[in-house]
Ligand binder design. Sequence first.
Ligand SMILES: [Zn+2]
Length: 474
Amino acid sequence: MNLRQCLDNLSIRADWVGIREISEKISNRSARNGRIDRNSASLDHGFMVEVLVDGQFAYACTSTHTEEAIHEAAVRASKLACKAKAYQLHSFKQSVRPKAEGHFSSSPRNKTTDLSLKDLTDVLLKNSEVLKASDKIVNTVASGMIIERSSRMVSSNGSDSCQDITSIQVMLSATAQDGAETQTRSNGSPYRQLGMEVFNAHALEEISRHVGREALELLSAEECPTGHYDVVITPDQLYLQVHESIGHPLELDRILGDERNYAGWSFVKPSDFGTLRYGSKLLNVTFDPCVQTEAASYNFDDVGNKATREYLIKDGVLLRGLGSLESQERLGIPGVANSRVSSWNRPPIDRMANINIEPGDTSFDQMIGQIENGILMKTNRSWSIDDYRNKFQFGCEYARRIQNGQLTTVLKNPNYRGISVPFWTNLKAVGDQSTFEITGSPYCGKGEPNQIIRVGHAVPTCWFGDVEVFGGGA
Ligand SMILES: [Zn+2]
C-alpha cells in the first residue's frame, strides 16, 4: 500500500492528518520438561488515522488493507474531532506533531529466518532437560518470545518515517521441590532488541545449569531474616524497582490525572520538577532511546518527536518527566519523546521507553567488601506498589548473606519493602560498568483501553542502606 499516496488522496476536513501503519508478529516457542509445550505465532497488522481539527485530536483505525478503508477511517476521525471539540480539554497545534523522516532498524545480528523452527525447538528442548539438575527439579521451562514489529508513519506536514524492530525474551526456569518446600529459580527473563543469536545452545545451557543448581540450593537454604539491612540489588531485580518507583511516578499523564481511574496517580507533584531530591547524589537516571540493543530504542516516538537522551534525575535531583509534547504543553514541564502506541488500534499515550540508571564507579567486589552485615538480592519474583507509586514491596528468587565483607549463606524467600524517595535517598553505592546490564520487559500495562508496551531498563548493581527486609512467601 502506498501510504503517502493514500494520505494525499484523502478529502476530509482537518488541519493535520497522520496515518500510522503497524504490523507485529509474535512467535512464542517453549519446551517444558523435555517436551514441546507452546508453538504459536500471531500477526496483527492495521492502520490508524489521526486528525487534528480546530485544536482537537481524534482517531479512527482499520485492519482492512485498502485505500477506501483508510479513507473511511479518516472521515470517521474527522467527524469525531468535530464532535469532541465541544468537550475540549486543551487546544493543540500542529507543533505537537513534528515532521519526522528516517528509518530505524534494530539490526539483529541473526535474522529470524537464520534459525529454523526445528533448530530453535531443539535448543529449547535441550535446555528444558539441562535445567533438570536433579530428580528434585519437578518443573522446567525453556521458552522464547520473538517480536517482529514494523511501523511506518506519514503525515500532512511531511513526516515519512519507518522502524523495523526485532526483540526477544528468553526465559529459563527450574522449580525444585522437597516435601512441602518449593522454590523456583530463573534467568530473570531478559528482554532486548536482539536477533536469533540469543538462542546460542552453548551459552544458554551454561545458564540453565546455573539456574538448576541454584533452584536446588534454595531447597536447603535458610529463611531470609527480618530486620533493617544494607541490601545489594542486582540488575535483574533493580530494573523493576526503577520501572515501578521511578518510571511510572514520572509519567506526566499520571501527574495530570489522566490515568487516575485505571493505572493510578503519582506522588510526584508538578512543583517537584527541578527541586525534589528524589535520591542520593549518586542517583543519575536517564531516558535513553539511543542504547543499542535495549528494548525500547528508536529514532522517533510514534507521533514523530525525535528521541534524544535526557536526564530525568541528575545527582539525585528530579529534572524532567516522562511526558509527550501534549503533556508537556498542558503541564508546562519538560518531557521526552515518549508518545507511544502498543498497536495500530490504539492512540498514543505517555509511556516509558528506556529508563536507565547511569553506572557509577564501584565494582561488585568493592561493594560487598565494605558491607559488614547485609543481604544480596537477585531476580524479581513478585511486586506490589500503591496507586501513587510510593509504598512498594518486592520479592526476589535468591539471596546471599553479606558478613564482614564476604558473601556467605544462601537465603530463600527474600523480600524488601520501602517508600520511593526514602529508598532512593539511601542509595549508598552505584555499580560500575562491569555490573551494568541491559534488560527490560515486554509487559508494561497502562491506558483504557489497555495498552501493553515494551520497555527497556539498563541498570548497574546498587547498594542501599537501611532497607526493611523480611522472609516468607511473597
Ligand atoms: Zn509498567
